[in-house]
Design a protein around this ligand. Structure first.
Ligand SMILES: [Zn+2]
Length: 270
C-alpha cells in the first residue's frame, strides 16, 4: 500500500476497503494527512505508508464523522496531536460515537470494537489556514451536504472534497441534507479552476466537469423532492424519478433515503 504523487508534494492513497481516499500534503516543515480509514489496523498501515513518503510530523484532518474517514485517528495521532475537523464532526464522535460504532458494525458486518474513537480537537467552523512551511492548506466548510459537518481542503490546484464528491458510486445520503448539498457543491465550483484536481472521498480523482455534473445531478434531485413534497406525492413516486437510480439497486436505495430525509426536512422533522 503506497501513496502516489498526484500534484507537487500532494500524495494520494486509495485504500481497497470502501475505496476510501487518504491524501497526504507535505510542506517544508510539516505534513497534513486527510482522513484516517476505518480501524486501528488500517490506521497503522496508513501510518507506515506516510513514513515511506516523509519523516516530517503530520497533523490530521477528518473530512466528516463516518468511520471510514476517522476511526484510524487514535493510531495516527499520538496524545494531543492536532486533528482538524468541523464542530459537528467532533460532536457526533464525542457524544454519539458509541451509537455510531454499533450502527456501523451492524450495517457493514464489521468488528469495530477495538477502535478508540478520538474526535477532532482543532475545530473549523468556517475556514482555517494551516501552515506547513513554504505552503499552506485552507480547510473550509460550505454548509450541510453529505453530513452536517463536511470539511474540504485546498492546496495548489488540488481540492480534497471528502464525500461531498463521490466517484464510482452514488452519493451517500444516510446522514445527508439533500436540499442543501447542491449549494455546498456550488460553493466548491467557485473554488475550482478548469485545471483543479478534485479528490473525492471514494474513487478516482476527477476534474471540474465531474463536479459540475454532480452538482447538476443533486440539483435535479433537490427539485424533484421539493416538487414531490409540494404536490403531496407518495415518496415512492419521487424515488422512481430520481437521477440516482442510474446506479441500479445502490442508487435506488440512496434515492429512498434522500427522498425520506428531504421530505422530513420540508416537514420540519430534520
Ligand atoms: Zn461518508
Amino acid at each position: 500500500m503506497r501513496f502516489t504523487e498526484i500534484a507537487d508534494r500532494v500524495y494520494l492513497l486509495p485504500y481497497p476497503a470502501f475505496n476510501v481516499n487518504c491524501t497526504l500534503i507535505v510542506g517544508d516543515e510539516r505534513a497534513l494527512l486527510i482522513d484516517t480509514l476505518s480501524d486501528h489496523a488500517q490506521g497503522g498501515e496508513l501510518g507506515e505508508a506516510v513514513r515511506q513518503v516523509t519523516p516530517l510530523e503530520f497533523a490530521l484532518v477528518n473530512t466528516h464523522f463516518h468511520f471510514d474517514h476517522c476511526f484510524g485517528n487514535a493510531v495516527l495521532a499520538p496524545e494531543g496531536a492536532p486533528i482538524w475537523g468541523h464542530p459537528d464532526t467532533a460532536k457526533e464522535l464525542a457524544e454519539r460515537g458509541e451509537h455510531w460504532r454499533l450502527e456501523w458494525e451492524a450495517e457493514y458486518g464489521l468488528d469495530l470494537s477495538q477502535v478508540r474513537i478520538v474526535p477532532p480537537n482543532q475545530l473549523v467552523g468556517r475556514e482555517a489556514t494551516i501552515q506547513l512551511g513554504g505552503r499552506e492548506v485552507v480547510l473550509s466548510h460550505h454548509g450541510r451536504g453529505h453530513t452536517a459537518g463536511d470539511i474540504v481542503a485546498r492546496v495548489d490546484g488540488v481540492l480534497v472534497a471528502g464525500d461531498l464528491v463521490e466517484q464510482g458510486a452514488p452519493p451517500a445520503f444516510e446522514d445527508a441534507y439533500p436540499l442543501e448539498w447542491p449549494e455546498a457543491l456550488a460553493q466548491l465550483q467557485t473554488l475550482c479552476g478548469p485545471q483543479t484536481v478534485i479528490v473525492p472521498g471514494h474513487g478516482e480523482p476527477v476534474g471540474r466537469d465531474f463536479l459540475d455534473a454532480q452538482h447538476d445531478l443533486l440539483t435535479r434531485l433537490d427539485w424533484l423532492i421539493r416538487e414531490g413534497h409540494a404536490d403531496a406525492a407518495p415518496q415512492e413516486r419521487v424515488v422512481a424519478a430520481s437521477p440516482l437510480n442510474q446506479w441500479g439497486q445502490d442508487g435506488l436505495a440512496q434515492s429512498r433515503i434522500a427522498v425520506k430525509r428531504g421530505f422530513a426536512q420540508l416537514s420540519g422533522q430534520l
